[in-house]
Write a protein that binds this ligand. Structure first.
Ligand code: ADP
Ligand code: MG
Length: 323
């Protein structure tokens, strides 16, 4: 049983950033409006996620750490379900199998909270805890009991950078939530959570980037495209600032990227690249169900409408800016 647990854990938990992704998604699912992430040594020795979400009731705490335990009933054709398929109800079980875990949590309707602790999924302790509403989970020494996996971790800085990059994407996909990242004791990201995409962009990419933006809001053939693109003056030396979100999730889409660059042809110098934070909304049935949950690359049942909506949306934003 123990070995099976460890193998299964490897599917979800690869590195600190994959742990943070699961924990922060749980906080978002819990309806949190404020989420704080703290990491030390790139997350390898210490990760803590605090939220003000719904919390977990005492009778559900132990169950939440069992494999396939999920309180979330999702529509089968929900994009979210498609992208997380196979991972449902696995995150807490997998994380706790390969680390020391501490969780304190309280629901609004209970007087007293719960503290749950385990090491490698064993030595489980549950006791009362005085704490605010919401959940704080601390994960220490990832892979302390799986040296073979520990070997695959990169340098702390690289692991920390992966966490920071992930937090940027999550912050840009949820402007209505205030996110904070504290890295090695320093606050490196703080979004206001005022619901405005431009505020999140400002917090993530800074002032210089944010002053060269053009708004996009366009719908065509069942695809809505909205967000911001760089003005031709704000073009970049590479593609790293091209951010696409589909139905609220960060993805890589070759089609969207090609459409973006096509639309800029003639507007920017050869060898320069546009930047963007673009949200695409379309029916989840139009997204390829075969996409691997761990991969960000997304394919569409029909790429054409996506290409057209991005291309024309960007084109019209660029020409509006010239008027
Ligand atoms: P899943 O998210 O797929 O349901 P997880 O293993 O990530 O599976 O979480 C198991 C359960 O624990 C969730 O369904 C939820 O009920 C509860 N849970 C986990 N994290 C939180 C949180 N931050 N706030 C409230 N409930 C949580
Ligand atoms: Mg989860």
């Amino acid at each position: 049983k123990h070995v099976a647990e460890l193998i299964a854990a490897g599917e979800v938990v690869e590195r600190p950033s994959s742990v943070i992704k699961e924990l922060v998604e749980n906080s978002i699912d819990a309806g949190a409006s404020i989420v704080t992430v703290e990491i030390r040594r790139g997350g390898v020795t210490y990760m803590r996620v605090t939220d003000n979400g719904c919390g977990i009731s005492r009778e559900d705490v132990a169950t939440a750490f069992l494999r396939h335990a999920t309180s979330k009933v999702r529509e089968k054709d929900d994009l979210d379900a498609i992208l997380t398929l196979g991972f449902r109800g696995e995150a807490l079980a997998s994380i706790s199998a390969v680390a020391h875990v501490d969780l304190i949590t309280k629901t609004a309707d209970s007087e007293i909270g719960t503290h749950y602790a385990s090491s490698g999924g064993s030595d489980i302790q549950i006791e009362d805890a005085g704490c605010p509403n919401g959940t704080t989970i601390t994960v220490r020494d990832i892979f302390y009991n799986v040296p073979a996996r520990m070997k695959f971790l990169k340098k702390d800085t690289a692991e920390g950078n992966a966490v920071a990059g992930l937090m940027d994407k999550i912050a840009l996909s949820h402007p209505e939530i205030s996110f904070r990242l504290i890295r090695e004791g320093k606050e490196t990201l703080h979004t206001p959570g005022d619901g405005k995409l431009v505020s999140a962009i400002y917090a993530v990419f800074g002032k210089e980037f944010s002053t060269n933006l053009l708004p996009v809001d366009y719908a065509l053939g069942g695809v809505r495209v909205w967000g911001f693109i760089s003005s031709p003056l704000g073009s970049r030396p590479n593609r790293s600032m091209q951010n696409f979100f589909i139905n609220g999730r960060f993805v890589r889409s070759r089609t969207a990227a090609v459409a973006l660059e096509e639309a800029y042809k003639g507007s920017i110098m050869v060898g320069k690249f546009p930047a963007c934070v673009l949200h695409l909304e379309l029916s989840s049935a139009a997204v390829d169900v075969n996409v691997h949950p761990a991969k960000l690359e997304v394919r569409f049942v029909n790429e054409r409408p996506v290409f057209d909506a991005v291309y024309h949306g960007v084109k019209s934003a660029l020409s509006a800016s010239r008027e």
